[in-house]
Write a protein that binds this ligand. Sequence first.
Ligand SMILES: N[C@@H](CCC(=O)N[C@@H](CS)C(=O)NCC(=O)O)C(=O)O
Length: 197
Amino acid sequence: MKLRYSMGSPFGRKAAMAVHALGLTGSIEMIDHDADKSNEVRQINPLHKIPMLIADDGSPIFDSPVILEYLDEIAGGGKIIPARGLERYKTLSRLALADGITEASILIHYEDRWREPAQKAQPWIEHQLGKIKRAIAEFEKDVPKEFDAAAMGLVCALTFVTREGQWDWRPHAPKLAAWLDDVSKNEPAVAATVKKT
Ligand SMILES: N[C@@H](CCC(=O)N[C@@H](CS)C(=O)NCC(=O)O)C(=O)O
């Protein structure tokens, strides 16, 4: 089994973080997509997005929440996502909320990357920032209590918003800021997946 990822991709980092947290590093070949520009992703995923897990039979497994579900199952199940019941879907919904921060942040990033300055749509950027601000406010009210799949998504989301300099969220979410500092120090899977510059 192989994981194509990049630590610079927040979704890729999340998948790599799950591999580390679940103790699967020895059983998955980790391929840094930035260093290995083969066409593998393009060939097996028409969307051409990372992360991409390639199962032992060659099947592409995506997108990142599906990868996390599969990794959790391989690790025995119920480790980073509750195995069943409402708790499972609550965790998956919190993961979707965290990923929604990242998605909005990436859309803003793409405004810079793909549009000429004159084409940039400030109302669209504000619209995406609204999602980021509301979702962060929601997590500030309910800071993660365990290091589960949703928490991994949140680490990647907050780090990406910070790196992009899109919104100085820390003064607005001090409990979340303290949580991020804590897991950055104490969760080995977070430290192991920091993007090297
Ligand atoms: N919903 C997807 C999003 C993945 C995604 O947007 N990946 C970005 C890198 S962070 C990508 O590969 N973008 C290339 C493109 O959109 O062409 C997931 O959760 O895996």
